[in-house]
Design a protein around this ligand. Structure first.
Ligand code: ZN
Ligand code: ZN
Length: 343
């Protein structure tokens, strides 16, 4: 089968002819890929940012936002059938450690992450994963546009759910970056919390997308990244929560200036860094929160919102052959919403 694989850092992916994956364990499933989301994390993997953290063995197939049809299943998989359409939680967990038993899938120290840690992902015709990662989608639902829910969507959902206990009617959440995750984040805040949303982006097209999503306020960020507009909007107090879907360049510094006393700076996008005097965290009691993907149950909750039409996804389809072009367009900020590769 055809697979798009990373052979060298900072180089385009190559199309390789590789053997189809085989069932090894009783809980394995082979999924015929229908759609694979194109993610900024793929760019970061290419750049080698993940090298020091998961140190993937090259070459391997990228693609961690996958939907498809079950093609084969292991002998112990009695709750799913060949032919079922599924969305795949991106992590394969051990299922017996403390984190797994608590439902904190992403904290499992023994898991595998297809498309990220050297395990083959979904930029291919077939993918092997665990049946425990699969969520069955009702027949009749078009699964292709759902692919980005598997990482972008679940991460945005997880970040919003985590801060939701701190929100009340009248709260204001600032969302920095109306990209693939940000545009989902806006909708999730609206769907599961009583807060209002101010969307901040530097790109007019993306601000327009925020408008389509009925966001309460839009700030087209200028030189100061939107700080002065946020302060104007809040009588110089700042917002209750900033969710930073960019996490690079000057956004972390800017985000900290937008948060009110006792507020939360929630980090989703990554790649950059920030410096801030410790006294500022003490004096303003700022809480800083990180977000890594989300749990299986959170993906299942998000799928429910999607099927109920409470979260909509803007997707742009590319044939699998155009994986490198899709990555390039993502890099250049040309994709509105989310790119999905179709094998
Ligand atoms: Zn992703
Ligand atoms: Zn585990």
């Amino acid at each position: 089968m055809k697979a798009f694989r990373l052979h060298d850092y900072n180089k385009p992916l190559s199309i390789d002819e590789v053997p189809e994956p085989k069932i090894d364990g009783p809980y394995d499933i082979i999924v015929k890929i229908k759609g694979a989301g194109v993610c900024r994390t793929d760019l970061h993997i290419q750049e080698g940012i993940w090298k020091g953290i998961v140190n993937p063995k090259l070459p391997f197939t990228l693609g961690h936002e996958n939907v498809g049809i079950i093609e084969k299943k292991g002998t112990a998989v009695d709750w799913l059938d060949v032919g079922d359409q599924v969305i795949l939680h991106p992590y394969i967990t051990c299922r017996h450690c403390r984190a797994c038993r608590a439902g904190n899938d992403m904290h499992c120290p023994y898991g595998k992450f297809p498309g990220l840690d050297g395990t083959d992902g979904g930029y291919a015709e077939y993918l092997k994963t665990s049946a425990f990662s699969a969520i069955k989608i009702p027949k009749g639902v078009d699964i292709i546009p759902m692919a980005p829910l598997a990482d972008a969507g679940i991460t945005a959902y997880h970040a919003v759910k985590k801060i939701s206990p701190y929100l009340y009617p009248g709260s204001l959440v600032a969302i920095i970056g109306v990209g693939g995750l940000g545009h989902i984040g806006i909708q999730v805040v609206k769907a599961i919390t009583p807060a209002k949303v101010v969307a901040i982006d530097i790109n007019e097209e993306k601000a327009k997308l925020a408008k389509e999503l009925n966001v309460d306020e839009i700030i087209l960020a200028g030189k100061d990244g939107g700080i002065s507009d946020v302060l104007k909007l809040t009588d110089n107090v700042g917002v209750d929560v900033v969710i930073d879907f960019v996490g690079e360049y000057s956004t972390p510094q800017n985000a900290l200036r937008m948060v009110r006393k006792g507020g939360i700076y929630s980090i989703v996008g990554y790649g950059g860094e920030f410096r801030n005097p410790t006294i500022d965290f003490v004096n303003r009691e700022i809480m800083v929160v990180g977000n890594l993907v989300g749990t299986y149950n959170e993906l299942s909750e998000l799928v429910n919102l999607y099927v109920q039409n409470k979260v909509k996804l803007k997707v742009q389809k590319f044939p699998l052959e155009d994986a490198n072009r899709a990555l390039e367009e993502l890099k250049n900020g040309k994709i509105i919403g989310r790119g999905v590769l179709i094998p």
